[in-house]
Design a protein around this ligand. Structure first.
Ligand SMILES: [Zn+2]
Length: 209
């Protein structure tokens, strides 16, 4: 047994350094993804008027904190890697007072390399703004995994074309995906008739984690 010891130590040493390089590689790339996401007041990618800028620094920080927390609870770094910026805006003039109208936008660019980059605008301060953030993040998730969706999920999704979590979901397949995702991730109640579509979203969500 003793004569094998040097060989065993070399093998052990090699496997430890190999494991370390895998770990280093993963944590390194995750860090890169995470720091890629910026919270901003304005952006050239989605130009907004001065009247929409969030000028109160403290208020901006509070929203940023809330958004960071929600994203870390609901998405893995891989799922939000294509989101480059989240614009936190001042939306009081867009609130109709009923607490229901929300303004959100997801602007996505596709590169030839297959990579996509998204900028999200959240311009709602009513009680539904966090749901709007989830809706827009689901747009980014969909665009970043478009190939996977089209090849494996699209047909099944379209076969459930009678299950909609909201009126807005009937607009088109992209809005349906974002609405279904927001309904699932926010934990809100949805009709029993939507169970299969929610399940399908969950399958896609788990595959992209
Ligand atoms: Zn949408």
């Amino acid at each position: 047994m003793r004569k094998y010891t040097p060989l065993l130590s070399i093998v052990l040493l090699l496997s430890v350094s190999f494991l370390y390089s895998i770990y280093y590689g993963i944590s390194h790339s995750n860090n890169k993804q995470y720091t890629g996401l910026k919270y901003v007041e304005s952006s050239r990618r989605i130009p907004i008027g001065d009247e929409m800028l969030m000028t109160d620094e403290k208020e901006f920080e509070n929203y940023e904190k809330e958004y960071k927390k929600l994203l870390s609870q609901k998405f893995t770094l891989n799922q939000i890697k294509a989101i480059e910026e989240i614009i936190i805006s001042n939306s009081s003039e867009f609130d109709t007072g009923d607490g229901e109208s929300t303004i959100g936008l997801c602007y996505t660019t596709h590169h030839n390399s297959g990579k996509s980059v998204s900028t999200i605008l959240i311009a709602s301060k009513n009680h539904r703004h966090l749901r709007t953030l989830l809706h827009e993040c689901c747009h980014a998730l969909y665009f970043d995994n478009r190939k996977l969706f089209d090849s494996k999920y699209k047909d099944r999704w379209e076969s459930l074309d009678y299950q909609f979590v909201s009126n807005y979901a009937t607009t088109n397949i992209k809005e349906d995906f974002a609405e279904t995702g927001a309904a699932y991730l926010s934990g809100e109640e949805y009709g029993k008739e939507c169970v299969e579509k929610i399940k399908l979203f969950k399958e896609f969500y788990n595959e992209t984690r």
